[in-house]
Design a protein around this ligand. Structure first.
Ligand SMILES: NC(=O)c1ccc[n+]([C@@H]2O[C@H](COP(=O)([O-])OP(=O)(O)OC[C@H]3O[C@@H](n4cnc5c(N)ncnc54)[C@H](OP(=O)(O)O)[C@@H]3O)[C@@H](O)[C@H]2O)c1
Length: 356
């Protein structure tokens, strides 16, 4: 029930991931001790970038293999930690019993540690706005922390594409309830928007999905947004999301069960994201890319209507700015840095105009 002490020890699940990698990096920069939890600490293709961090050489950063599908997997790792940043995905969002079970694995390890004060649960804007009926966004267009998807809609089913959103809401509540019951730690949620920004390791270009979309643009063909048909990207820089996690761990102003949306409120249609590349980096000679629309014909027929509904949404980040003092980078910076690292770290060869 307390913020973590400056320089304390934090366990980060999903450390090999896009956001988790940046949380580890920034925690080290700010003087913390970090236990990076990955599925396989010997898989250097995924964890080599962590071992290359200076803190690993001194031992301030250590790596730990843990598969959250296995009960007790974090028991030893969390002992002695004051904070946990729980960023890892789960193996599947199709089965809510499974999602609850793996939440309990993490929760039990937190309880057993007897040292953890605070857990940051990484949720998603999908737990704020993923609607089975898009008209719900017309009725409630303000996207802020107290908004949840319409959970009464009978179409809100895992097998109808709502599993990720349902699993995230379930996890938020499971952690907050367990923390309250324990009385010894608190659980605060971070709901990131669409993460764009620099990758730290080549394998991260394949995930995302947003940095992966930018990779496909560089390769010459990209897809219409199907995560919310025709929705613009509701963006945030991955480095700002990492900072938000650390500020939540440190804050004296947050309460168990609170959630903070981490996005800049800057939105951009996928076509304009692609067009930004040449505008921001003319030296690259990027040849542009072909847009594919994989949405079903009946959805394509409603493109204008969908765009209007998404365009009518109001993105808010007052709470995270006021409570945690966050300021967000502009999307142009995130796109530029994403492109440059996809090439320099990820080895992506962009399609170029003649002469480049
Ligand atoms: N990226 C976004 O735009 C975005 C937006 C909103 C919310 N989020 C949330 O932010 C979190 C991090 O996202 P990300 O983009 O950084 O994802 P990511 O790059 O795919 O990384 C996720 C990590 O989860 C780990 N993982 C998956 N299944 C696991 C299991 N059974 N046991 C242990 N670890 C497991 C993987 O570990 P290994 O690599 O070690 O196998 C992977 O590195 C996720 O919870 C995601 O839902 C992301």
């Amino acid at each position: 029930m307390a913020p973590i002490p400056q320089g304390g020890t934090v366990a980060v699940t999903g450390s090999a991931g896009f956001i988790g990698g940046w949380v580890v990096h920034q925690l080290l920069d700010e003087g913390y001790r970090v236990r990076a939890c990955v599925r396989d600490a010997n898989d250097d293709e995924k964890v080599g970038f962590l071992k290359a961090m200076p803190g690993y050489a001194s031992g301030r950063l250590s790596l730990h293999s843990a598969n959250l599908d296995e009960a007790g997997c974090f028991d030893e790792i969390f002992k002695g930690c004051q904070g946990v940043a729980h960023l890892s995905h789960v193996s599947s969002y199709d089965d809510m019993d499974y999602v609850k079970r793996v939440c309990d694995h993490v929760i039990n390890s937190v309880n057993q540690s007897e040292t953890v004060n605070r857990v940051v649960v990484t949720s998603s804007i999908a737990a704020v706005m993923s609607e089975s009926d898009i008209q719900e966004l017309v009725r409630r267009p303000v996207l802020y922390e107290d908004r949840y998807p319409d959970e009464q809609n009978p179409k809100r089913q895992a097998n109808r594409g709502q599993g990720y959103s349902m699993g995230k809401v379930l996890a938020e509540r499971a952690f907050a309830d367990a923390a309250e019951e324990s009385g010894r730690w608190d659980a605060i949620t971070c709901c990131p928007g669409d993460n764009v920004g620099p990758i730290l390791s080549a394998h991260q270009k394949n995930f995302g999905p947003w940095q992966h979309h930018i990779e496909t643009m560089l390769l010459g063909q990209y897809s219409q947004n199907v995560i919310g048909a025709y929705r613009a990207w509701f963006t945030v820089d991955v480095r700002d999301v990492a900072e938000a996690h650390i500020r939540i761990l440190e804050s004296v102003n947050v309460q168990n069960g609170e959630r903070f949306i981490a996005w800049s409120t800057e939105t951009r249609n996928v076509e304009d994201v692609c067009a930004s590349i040449d505008r921001l980096l003319p030296e690259l000679g990027f040849a542009g890319a072909e847009l594919i629309d994989p949405l079903p014909e009946k959805v394509q027929a409603k493109e204008a209507q969908f765009r209007a509904i998404w365009g009518g949404c109001e993105l808010r980040n007052d709470r995270i700015c006021e409570t945690l003092g966050m300021a967000f980078r502009p999307l142009d910076v995130s796109i530029r840095d994403c492109v440059e690292t996809l090439i320099s770290v990820g080895g992506v060869e962009p399609v170029r105009k003649p002469g480049f």
